[in-house]
Design a protein around this ligand. Sequence first.
Ligand SMILES: [Zn+2]
Length: 112
Amino acid sequence: MATLGSTPSIMPINRCGLPTVIRTTWRPANPGRRFYCCPKPEPNDGFQDWVDPPMCARSVMIIPGLLNNMNQLQQTARESAAIARENASKARRFKIMLGLSWLFFVMYLMME
Ligand SMILES: [Zn+2]
């Protein structure tokens, strides 16, 4: 087991003979805790061992709420970006319509 935050330089060998990969779990019991895992796509040998030591009870309690808040903020940011793109598109259309209305107005004055 490594100290918290460090990445081991030598990857353990998996049951299938391939070097393991490091993944991060976000399950409520171990949010953000890294573990060694089979590199193959699922179904595979799955979990091998923990990279990080067990998390303290306070972290286990707080991290899911922070993760949820972050996901909600990212969703809000995506929605705001979509609205901004839509408004920019409307602004371009209005500028074209304004330019055309001035063009027709000038043409009308010239025909008088
Ligand atoms: Zn494997």
